[in-house]
Design a protein around this ligand. Structure first.
Ligand SMILES: [Mn+2]
Length: 307
């Protein structure tokens, strides 16, 4: 993969064109192998002078993704990105998003990261558009390859030992630790199913009330601020960063500053930036806890996305 190839691909997709199937195969196969060999929880540290932007659900909104890059900086060797799942479905440009993110992963394998979301799954792709889009723009075989690559994706990324980034949220059992996530062999199951660690990591949501509650989605559960506090304290974390839900400001800090929800494209485009020792976010309100440092790099999208 080269920067020139990526630049050309970005323009082709902007013009409504596709790339040749042989490149699609090559990109998916290369990235499938790369991410398969990553641990279930990737552990990374942001070096001095480097930065890492964490970005939530992009859901097939290619032009919103380009806006994020335009406003926040395109990925480079020193400006990494972590896309926190739900790249596909809902929007009409899921193949474009996935191919661009995969191309960057291939170009910058150690500074560009991808976590799996609950939409990187066969059931969701059948219902919410990605399977149909693949068939329409490419082939059934290419959908199958994407599906295999989704099953290979890591489920979480630990940034600087302090920020646990995953798509959904925390667990039904307080005894689950980061070590359990490290030890989870995700390759034993292709799909998250209806229960277990993988399902909970991709599907759960925070709630304001303490304890745990039933999920409004009918899948997974909700976890309260006390659950988040215990998990962070036991695992030496500052906070968890998750996506999976719409927030009117694009992001929200809850659970006494320990649970950050970051959505990229619905309803507004934004991103989180994490540097060496801090996570900065784009919203600057007085209620923002001191451990979350506001950044001036906060931006509005040019268009709202459908929910
Ligand atoms: Mn989701």
């Amino acid at each position: 993969m080269t920067q020139e190839f990526i630049d050309d691909m970005i323009q082709r997709f902007k013009d409504g064109k596709k790339i040749h199937k042989k490149y699609v195969y090559q990109i998916i196969l290369a990235v499938k192998e790369l991410v398969y060999n990553e641990p279930t929880m990737v552990e990374t540290h942001v070096k001095e002078g480097h930065k890492l932007t964490v970005c939530g659900d992009t859901h097939g909104q290619y032009f919103d993704l380009l806006n994020i890059f335009k406003l926040n900086g395109f990925p480079t060797a020193t400006h990494g990105y972590l896309f926190n799942g739900d790249f596909v479905d809902r929007g009409s440009w899921s193949t474009e998003i996935c191919l661009l993110l995969y191309a960057y992963k291939w170009l910058f394998p150690t500074s560009f990261f991808l976590n799996r979301g609950n939409h990187e799954t066969d059931d969701m792709n059948r219902m919410y558009g990605f399977e149909g889009e693949c068939r329409h723009k490419y082939t059934e075989r290419i959908f199958k390859l994407f599906s295999e690559s989704f099953s290979a994706l890591p489920l979480a990324t630990l940034v600087g030992d302090k920020f646990f980034v995953l798509h959904g949220g925390l667990f039904s059992d307080d005894n689950i630790s980061l070590d359990d996530v490290r030890k989870l062999n995700r390759h034993k199951q292709r799909q998250p199913g209806q229960s277990g660690l993988m399902m909970e990591m991709l599907w759960t949501d925070p709630q304001p009330a303490p304890g745990r509650g039933p999920s409004k989605r009918g899948v997974g559960l909700q976890f309260g601020p006390d659950v988040t506090k215990r998990f962070c304290e036991r695992n030496g974390l500052e906070a968890i960063i998750r996506s999976h839900e719409v927030r009117m400001e694009g992001y929200e800090v809850e659970h006494d500053g320990r649970c950050i929800t970051d959505t990229a494209t619905r309803p507004r485009t934004r991103a989180h930036t994490s540097t060496s020792n801090q996570t900065s976010s784009s919203n600057s309100t007085n209620s923002t806890p001191s451990r979350i440092r506001p950044s001036s790099r906060w931006h509005m999208p040019t268009k709202a996305c459908k929910v």
